[in-house]
Ligand binder design. Structure first.
Ligand code: ADP
Ligand code: ZN
Ligand code: ZN
Length: 758
């Protein structure tokens, strides 16, 4: 008897065993989809993982059918799924759900796109039939005209000596026919009714054809770029991963393009990952020019049908050479992957938050590459993530540094504005210092463009002293506290400690302690009143719900249709605008005080990236950075573009407070409808974990968002030192989860993990 292990698209551990009926055994291969029964009446499309002949110790059902002629997953993709499930402690079924486009999950979900074409009916081909019909149509001139148009178009396109023998193979689209003959739909229908014309549906691809590649469009590299390129190539002989640390606008993208061509020349495929869909628009245009139809695009704003077609093309004999995509593109099949580029590698949006699997696409990409012989990875950024830089310093990754911008354009001048002082001296209007307003005015009147950056985290509820800028911090964790309006209390994310809101500022005695948080919308309103003639656009989650909305905001700004762009982190990333002379950072404090151990790292990255949008071509740009904490070292690191000092300082803190890269973090979340249940279940889980992991376990505590969709949440933090056996840790976590879920008292409690949280 043959058995097969099947992954089902359900949030359940592991695989399910089914019997393979002899009739299907020959056709079935790992990676094919199979239709299987589950329970009394349900059916699912599963993916076959492996076949064997060992009877399991329980009854199992038969698979009902095999849905594919060829596997839809290659062995590498299956292995990647298993790695993601294992490493991120998430059910294999959840990985399946995330990885495969919906149209491939159900047997009827994907409908090919078709067009209506028209041919002659089978008995109309011969010369005599044609003349007979022509005769009979004389009474209806409109129909005759349409019929003759069809024949004329056929004659024009006929490539054969014998027109009538060739005619049966000829067809054209209905649209073409109606347009060319200038006929109405009614006339056409009459000819169909008379069984002279025969319509049929023809399958057409949705994929953008993209035109021929033009490798001659590749720009030649500058001396510094060529040197970086050579170093990358030579480091790749020794290391699988190379970090390219190049300042904004140094030409990293041009270097990638050369690396991609090299891979293609060697007959290998390339995966180019970007953190955010907003960026793929510009990058697509740049890569399209060079790689034309050899380039495929893949991300979640594409329709499911488009994604299915790209998936199938990747499995075909003529797959794309280059795939440009966001996070989920890491799951696409590749036959001969040679290079993975992770652009803007520091971006946290590479990590999936919800739902499971909570995977990091950078890590997954590195694991994916390791499965292919000779496949290499380039991580590129102007502001490396602490983890990647640490890996480079410790020799695990190679590193290449580019310190000059292309054509030696100078980095922008960063002007720090002390908002404490400006508030005192009443030199502000709304959220703006006079300094920033002056800079905006100058830029706009010179016909230049302005970007105003407001961190999304500006919405995070916090309290601050209006007079001295004091922000309450946790005694145990050295992070800023979050303000809970309903409780009128301050809490720490990390240890769960709760504090009263002080009546007076402990630093200066002022009673002006207030909540803060100002959003992009408010800024838009204020700037609109101050500069009624400015053409303003806003780019944030609200204004970019669709792919076309992103594209329009970016292209309008690029083309100068708008001249002032307000935005969240979305605008801080890699976008390349030519006429931006001023960048305003509205509120650096919202980043600096964010209650997260990564606050300074993110603040440095974000402000450095957004500054990089200023003054790309022509003259030096200006950045106005508004803060109440100008004395913080991280602020001067940003001003001096001093990554190394910033890195060293943060690393010290990370070591002291037991954070990555010295410790690995795993969060365990417990979720239930009733607060008292979740409270007790989380306590039980924490005790169980403490019995194994000791003081590596912190909590449970209330996360900042402690209730989502009527579910109460508790969080347990696990800090595991480097060197601790992770496989053991994972087994313990699975076991603790299984024990809790198996306990009648907690049977409806949900537990899930976040490994390497961002
Ligand atoms: P980065 O990716 O490092 O931010 P880009 O590759 O976007 O930098 O380069 C910034 C700008 O300079 C782009 O407009 C790019 O086309 C141009 N550029 C960079 N290198 C070259 C080169 N070698 N030849 C021509 N233009 C270049
Ligand atoms: Zn104060
Ligand atoms: Zn704390």
């Amino acid at each position: 008897m043959k058995y097969v292990e099947v992954i089902l698209p359900l949030p359940l551990e592991g695989v399910f065993t089914y019997i393979v009926p002899p009739m299907l055994a020959e056709r079935l291969l790992p990676g094919m989809r199979v239709l299987v029964p589950l329970g009394r009446s349900k059916h699912y499309t599963g993916v076959a993982v492996r076949m064997h002949e060992e009877a399991p110790g329980f009854d199992c059902k038969e698979i009902e059918s095999v849905l594919d002629e060829q596997p839809v997953l290659l062995p590498e993709q299956l292995k990647l799924w298993e790695w993601v499930a294992d490493y991120y402690l998430s059910p294999l079924g959840d990985v399946y759900k995330a990885a495969l486009p919906a149209g491939l999950k159900a047997e009827d979900g994907y409908r090919p796109k078709t067009e209506t074409r028209v041919r002659l009916s089978p008995d109309v081909y011969t010369a005599s039939a044609v003349s007979q019909i022509t005769e009979s149509l004389k009474q209806t001139p409109a129909q005759l005209k349409l019929f003759q148009s069809f024949l004329n178009m056929a004659r024009q396109r006929c490539s054969s000596e014998d027109f009538h023998a060739w005619l049966p193979s000829f067809s054209l689209t209905r649209e073409e026919l109606l347009n060319e003959s200038r006929s109405t739909m009614a006339t056409y229908r009459n000819l169909v009714k008379r069984k002279l014309l025969q319509p049929f549906e023809h399958e057409v691809g949705r994929l953008n054809k993209g035109g021929e590649p033009h490798f001659n469009q590749i720009k030649s590299l500058s001396e510094a770029q060529q040197q970086a390129y050579d170093e990358i190539v030579s480091l790749h002989r020794k290391k699988n991963v190379v970090l390219l640390h190049g300042v904004t606008s140094s030409g990293k993208t041009e270097i990638y393009i050369h690396l991609i061509r090299k891979a293609i020349d060697e007959g290998r495929q390339v995966l180019y990952l970007l953190p955010e869909i907003a960026l793929t628009v510009q990058m697509m245009a740049r890569l399209r020019k060079v790689f034309g139809n050899r380039l495929g695009i893949y991300h979640s704003k594409y329709s499911d049908a488009e994604r299915v077609e790209i998936w199938q093309k990747q499995l075909s004999d003529d797959p794309y050479d280059v795939i440009l995509g966001a996070r989920s593109a890491v799951f696409l099949p590749f036959r001969k992957l040679g290079l993975v580029i992770v652009d803007e590698e520091h971006e946290t949006s590479f990590k999936q938050q919800d739902p499971a699997p909570r995977y990091h696409a950078r890590s997954a990409a590195i694991v994916l590459a390791a499965m292919y012989q000779k496949a290499k990875v380039v991580l590129g950024t102007a502001t490396p993530s602490l983890e990647s830089f640490y890996n480079a310093q410790s020799g695990k990754y190679g590193m290449v540094t580019l310190t000059t911008r292309y054509q030696d354009i100078r980095l922008p001048e960063i002007h720090v504005v002390d908002m404490k002082d400006r508030y005192h001296r009443k030199l502000t209007v709304g959220a703006f210092s006079n300094d920033l307003l002056e800079a905006v005015r100058e830029a706009l009147s010179a016909g230049e463009q302005v970007i105003l950056f407001q961190n999304r985290r500006g919405f995070a509820p916090m309290v601050t002293c209006k007079d001295c800028g004091w922000v309450p911090k946790c005694q145990n964790c050295d992070v800023s506290l979050t303000y809970h309006k309903r409780l009128n209390a301050l809490t720490c994310h990390y240890c769960g400690h709760t504090y009263f809101v002080p009546e007076k500022c402990p630093s200066c005695g002022s009673q002006e302690i207030r909540q803060r948080g100002i959003g992009t919308e408010k800024i838009e309103e204020q700037i609109g009143q101050l500069f009624p003639e400015a053409r303003i656009a806003r780019m944030d989650l609200d204004t970019t719900r669709t792919r076309s909305a992103y594209e329009r905001i970016i292209s309008d700004f690029s083309a100068g249709k708008t001249n002032l762009l307000i935005g969240t982190q979305m605008i801080s990333k890699g976008l390349d605008f030519d006429h931006v002379s001023v960048v305003g950072i509205m509120n650096a404090d919202s980043m600096l005080n964010y209650p997260d151990f990564r606050a300074y790292e993110y603040a440095f990255m974000m402000m450095t990236q957004v500054s990089g949008r200023a003054g790309r071509k022509g003259r030096r740009g200006r950045v106005i950075l508004q803060t109440q904490q100008k004395e913080l070292p991280v602020v001067s690191h940003i001003v001096n573009n001093d990554y190394l000092s910033c890195y060293k300082e943060i690393l010290e803190e990370r070591k002291m407070f037991r954070y990555p890269p010295f410790f690995r973090l795993i969060y365990a979340f417990v979720r239930h409808r009733h607060e008292s249940v979740v409270e007790r279940a989380a306590q039980t889980l924490a005790e169980q974990l403490r019995s194994w992991f000791g003081n590596r376990v912190l909590g449970p505590d209330k996360p900042s968002v402690a209730k989502v969709k009527t579910m109460h949440i508790r969080k347990i933090v696990l800090k595991i030192e480097n060197g601790f056996d992770l496989a053991v840790a994972r087994r313990c976590l699975w076991q603790a989860q299984a024990a809790l879920e198996g306990d009648k008292r907690w049977s409806t409690v949900q537990i899930y993990f976040d490994v390497d949280p961002q």
